[in-house]
Write a protein that binds this ligand. Structure first.
Ligand code: KMT
Ligand code: NI
Length: 178
């Protein structure tokens, strides 16, 4: 399974793990309560994987593309990494499948604390519309990820504060009692 933990507050390199001392792990169950879902797949067969096909069909993930996040592959690398690490939300779910390399997704918990999710090859994650989050490479500086979407993709990110969106209020309401 994936590993997740609460982050420290240090300003050090964002690519470092930023674990608390002692480490404070976050379970898959706790992530589920935040609306974050996870699958483990075999990334070596992503081009013809029945398990991936089933997830795409069940959830209507009709769109997909592949992004390589690496200095010499991604145009405007520095600028994009900076954008990805700004705390933001989207009006739709963010669905990412790590095909190679590794990276971190950080999400806010109910008390507004940062949880760092370590994504490795074969990890597929869905972040719900309206959750505040951010993304960074780790110290390996490389990942290749599949981006999935229901219908025509909308990548627009709204940096925090973005609390006036209906989807944000809907997300907060969905946390009640979970
Ligand atoms: C986002 O919106 O946070 C991203 O697209 C992250 C980079 S894609 C692996
Ligand atoms: Ni995002």
């Amino acid at each position: 399974a994936i590993e997740a933990w609460y982050m420290d507050c240090s300003d050090e390199d964002q690519r470092k793990p930023h674990r608390l001392n002692p480490n404070q792990p976050v379970s898959l169950d706790e992530l589920k309560k935040l609306g974050v879902f996870y699958w483990k797949l075999n990334a070596d067969i992503y081009e013809a994987d029945p398990a991936l096909e089933k997830i795409r069909k069940d959830h209507g993930y009709s769109y997909m593309d592949i992004i390589t996040i690496q200095r010499d592959s991604l145009p405007n690398y520095e600028q994009k990494l900076k954008m990805f690490y700004e705390e933001h939300l989207h009006l739709d779910d963010e669905i990412r499948y790590i095909l190679d390399g590794q990276a971190y997704f950080d999400v806010r918990d109910k008390e507004d604390r940062w949880i760092r999710i370590a994504m490795k090859k074969g990890d597929l994650i869905t972040l719900p519309a309206g959750i505040y989050h951010r993304f960074t490479l780790d110290e390996t500086d490389y990942t290749k990820a599949m981006r999935l979407f229901v219908g025509e993709p909308v990548w627009k990110a709204y940096n925090r504060p973005a609390d006036d969106f209906d989807i944000r209020q809907k997300y907060l309401a969905s946390l009640q009692g979970s």
